[in-house]
Design a protein around this ligand. Structure first.
Ligand SMILES: [Zn+2]
Ligand SMILES: [Zn+2]
Length: 283
């Protein structure tokens, strides 16, 4: 395998048959069944993700996108199989995978690379694959309750609107595992134009609560979260401490929005999880 690919992706086994493949601060998850394996999210696609996956498994692959953002869909084109995504995030997907938007993100990350010089977010020679990137036909749409048989393992789709309208989680009942990615995590971004209002996000979290799981994996960390963490995420969303919130930069992703990072009402020292919201959306 090319050196550049190995340098781009960092592979870590998280639980039996589940790998986190980290690149540029984003995690793609590889979950392996007896007959098929699935990739949940494909990161930016700066280097051949499929080649990396093929170092771990030879099984036929299914690709899921938890939502349309570029840091979770940019590597779709490396896979020749259709990609499973929620229809509500398709426009977002198209916008984020236009070559101009991709170049823009690449340059933003290069600037961060220069500041945080001990970490590399963009490989020295990111593959220029604009043509493949704009193949907007290779989709299958998924909805609540869709199930995929991977052999001795099931992957089930759960709709969790909040971060984006078409956000989904993937549930693996046999492993008691939920992959929520950006849709539910320790600092969920809800301030984007494509985000829902807070109450819809709260509904999504309560829906997740009903599943029989032990672990949760999110989109920008290989940490295994648990049911207690989900309870804390619900607490922040239901009891946001607006009087001790912090203004943060929304930037180009949400022009005109002044996002607030909010911790739970009783978490005045900001030790626990937070959410980032558009204050206009909760009034
Ligand atoms: Zn996202
Ligand atoms: Zn993300």
């Amino acid at each position: 395998m090319e050196k550049e690919i190995k340098k781009t992706y960092l592979v870590k086994k998280l639980i039996d048959g589940v790998y986190g493949i980290t690149s540029s601060g984003v995690v793609s998850f590889l979950v392996i069944g007896k007959e098929k394996a699935c990739i949940v999210d494909t990161a930016y696609g700066f280097a051949d993700l499929k080649a990396m996956v093929r170092e771990i498994t030879d099984l036929p692959l299914i690709v899921f996108n938890t939502h349309g953002h570029i840091d979770h869909t940019g590597g779709n084109f490396y896979f020749d199989t259709p990609v499973y995504i929620h229809e509500k995030d398709v426009e977002l997907y198209k916008k984020h995978n236009e070559p101009a938007f991709h170049r823009y993100m690449e340059n933003r990350l290069k600037i961060i690379d220069r500041i945080i010089f001990w970490r590399t977010l963009v490989p020295k020679h990111p593959e220029d694959t604009d043509e493949g990137r704009v193949n907007f036909s290779n989709w299958h749409f998924v909805k609540e309750g869709d199930r995929f048989d991977l052999g001795d393992l099931t992957a089930e789709v759960i709709e969790i609107p909040g971060h984006t309208q078409g956000s989904i989680a993937i549930y693996f009942p046999e492993k008691k595992l939920l992959i929520t990615s950006d849709g539910a995590n320790a600092a969920t971004w809800l301030y984007l134009p494509e985000s829902t209002d807070l109450s819809e996000y709260i509904n999504s979290l309560h829906k997740l609560e009903k599943y029989d799981f032990n672990s949760i994996l999110t989109g920008h960390s290989v940490k295994l979260f648990n049911r207690g963490d989900l309870e804390n995420w619900i607490k922040v969303a239901e009891h946001p401490g607006l009087n001790h919130a912090k203004e943060v930069k929304g930037g180009d992703f949400a022009p005109g929005v002044k996002p607030l990072q909010v911790w739970a009402e009783d978490d005045v020292k900001h030790k626990g999880p937070s959410i980032v919201i558009d204050p206009e959306k909760i009034k």
